[in-house]
Write a new protein. Structure first.
Length: 207
């Protein structure tokens, strides 16, 4: 067998790279997010481009003679992944069902995205324009600073400072006695490194 030359090897590597699908971490495409029709009676256009004509002809004469014709579009452009676009469809499906409240119990990671890139913020805004309240989980991170996700002003971010469950453990005393199913709260390292006497609640001094 002849050994492959450097040029042949480079050609093979190039073909492999071209045939390998791209799995970019931020594989986003441009989507047009349509927000539905504007409510009746809502003013959506303003005149900013007639100031020069009004300054020459006089504002009263210009406003009486100018004819305006607009075709508005209630929407915007967003950069979304395919998964995010599918989530947007889920929001639209729920809105079409005529619900009053959307409960989105998804603990997303903390990214603090631009609202035009946050699929949940976009979907909740769409719902808000239709009079639907969105309740969204604030995430599963923390309790460190800046770990609360999903803080768009048009939905309710649901969070908690405690959890609704118990962690039971056994406490072994110095005399060998074991107290079972005791609820032990989270303790700092300073507390764990020392022994402390047990005080019963019925004997504790009232504060």
């Amino acid at each position: 067998m002849k050994s492959l030359g450097l040029s042949h090897l480079l050609q093979i590597l190039t073909c492999i790279l071209l045939l390998t699908p791209s799995f970019s971490k931020d594989d986003r495409k441009t989507y047009i997010v349509y927000m539905g029709e504007y409510p009746k009676g809502m003013e959506i256009t303003e005149s900013f481009h007639t100031s020069m004509v009004q300054s020459v002809l006089g504002s009263k004469f210009a406003s009486d003679t100018l004819l305006h014709r607009y075709k508005s579009f209630n929407g915007f452009v967003a950069r979304l992944t395919k998964e995010e676009s599918e989530r947007m469809k889920a929001y639209d499906a729920a809105i079409s069902d005529g619900v009053d409240i959307l409960s989105v119990s998804v603990g997303s990671t903390v990214k603090h995205l631009n609202y035009f890139e946050d699929v949940h913020a976009i979907g909740a805004f769409h719902a808000m324009r239709r009079g639907i309240l969105t309740s969204k989980s604030a995430g599963n991170s923390g309790p460190n600073p800046s770990t609360m996700a999903d803080v768009a002003p048009w939905y309710i971010s649901v969070a908690a400072t405690t959890i609704d469950r118990k962690f039971l453990t056994d406490l072994k005393l110095g005399n060998g006695q074991i107290i079972r199913n005791l609820i032990i709260p989270h303790c700092s390292r300073r507390v764990k490194e020392h022994f402390y006497p047990i005080r019963f609640s019925n004997r504790a001094r009232k504060s």
